[in-house]
Design a protein around this ligand. Structure first.
Ligand SMILES: [Zn+2]
Ligand SMILES: [Zn+2]
Length: 411
């Protein structure tokens, strides 16, 4: 990055926030850099909001973000890891250094509800953290990377990138997801999704039902077996599903039925254990009805997140320094491809609230909240604490050691 591209902001310039008054000069400067970028970061979020693209179709987003970073002293690599809508952007003068902290940018939208998961804010916050930190690296030996990770919503872009060794020269990864609560980290379920099919024998439902084999009965029996199993599993697991094909006509004994199911659990071991039991539910239904069955596991399979307490503690301290009041864990959780990534390198997934707890995610209301004053405030706060946490990681060998130690502990 050439010097002329740098907009160095003096500590505290342009802001007078009492919550930032107790910070070190370095942290104040990071915050001031984010404040100076505010207008640009809102534009990033707005562009993505107005151009929602679903997983692996994020061509506009990818191009916009790469150009945006290139105009600000970064060198970007489009299609990194062989994934067309992924990218890797690094400060041009610090391409390959260690340690390296990665900020993750998600930018995929949802069909029908646009940025109903708020990934426009994730991208903008990581862009802000990357730019701010890149401008405050004078005393640091390492570097940072902004990694564009497509298709979080079911596509598992981070898994493809990790498998393509995109993160092999990086030492920690972080991002911030907008949500209902302020948290430095959260539990996530590992997840297996699969398609179940039953194959029976069609027959006239009135004239010759005895000659038929009812594939719908098999599916209903399987669904009921699963419902009974659900009562006997730990609270840190879920099983849910739908019947996608229940038959063709009421006067034909159904010869073919299909359904989609998810098994989720807080550890990989328990996830796989429950999955084995769900397979037995299917098998038992097939035996009881005489139908044949087939199970097809869908890719990708998500791992639960391997949390990194030292890195989360650093994020927590920075969130508190910004006056973000943290919420307790409410036990509600989903799954994300950052789970798999957290087994490749230390990774954290904090969240900042942009809506009240009763507002559902994956909704139009949630999408609109990303553009609200509260959403914009959360965006700047996220960019700040990510930059600060990235700075802590690069500046402290002791923190890096603790993070590594936690990462090397068994699940
Ligand atoms: Zn989502
Ligand atoms: Zn999301």
């Amino acid at each position: 990055m050439s010097k002329s591209n740098l907009i160095h902001v003096k500590s505290g310039a342009g802001i007078n926030r009492k919550e930032e008054s107790g910070m070190s000069p370095d942290k104040k400067r990071l915050c001031a850099e984010v404040e100076a970028l505010a207008g640009d970061l809102y534009k990033v979020s707005e562009f993505l909001y107005n151009n929602p693209e679903i997983g692996y179709q994020e061509f506009k987003a990818c191009e916009f973000l790469c150009r945006f970073m290139e105009e600000r002293g970064f060198k970007s690599e489009r299609g990194t890891g062989g994934v067309q809508t992924a990218f890797l952007a690094r400060p041009a003068t610090r391409l390959k250094r260690r340690p390296c902290v990665a900020f993750l940018a998600e930018y995929d939208a949802l069909p029908g509800v646009g940025h109903g998961c708020g990934h426009n804010l994730i991208a903008a916050a990581s862009v802000g953290a990357s730019l701010a930190l890149s401008r405050c690296m004078d005393g640091l030996t390492g570097t940072l990377a902004l990694v564009g990770t497509p298709a979080e919503e079911g596509g598992g872009g981070k898994i493809l990138l990790a498998e393509a060794r995109v993160f092999s020269e990086m030492d920690a990864a972080m991002m911030c997801h907008p949500g209902r609560l302020n948290r430095p980290g959260e539990e996530m379920f590992g997840r297996v999704k699969f398609k179940a099919e039953f194959f029976g024998q069609a027959a006239h439902a009135s004239v010759s039902p005895d000659r038929g084999i009812n594939a719908l009965d098999a599916m209903v029996a399987a669904y009921n077996n699963i419902s009974m199993l659900r009562q006997q599993i730990r609270p840190d697991a879920r099983i849910h599903g739908i019947i996608t094909h229940g038959g063709d006509a009421p006067n034909i004994i159904p010869q073919y039925t299909a359904g989609l199911f998810y098994v989720r659990a807080a550890t990989r071991k328990y996830r796989d254990e429950i999955y084995q039991k769900v397979e037995k539910c299917m098998e038992a239904a097939a035996v009881a009805t005489g139908a044949g069955y087939k199970i097809e596991i869908g890719q990708p399979t998500f791992d639960p997140i391997k949390r990194n307490p030292p890195l989360e503690a650093a994020a927590r301290a920075n969130m508190e320094a910004l006056g973000i009041s943290l919420d307790p864990d409410d036990g509600r959780r989903g799954s994300s491809d950052i789970g798999n990534l957290s087994f490749f390198l230390p990774a954290i997934h904090p969240s900042v609230a942009i809506v009240d707890p009763e507002v559902p995610g994956h909704s139009q209301v949630f999408a609109e909240a990303t553009m609200s004053p509260r959403g914009k405030d959360a965006l700047l706060k996220a960019a700040k604490f990510l930059a600060m946490t990235g700075y802590d990681f690069l500046a402290s060998a002791e923190l890096r050691e603790k993070v590594k130690e936690a990462f090397n502990q068994k699940e």
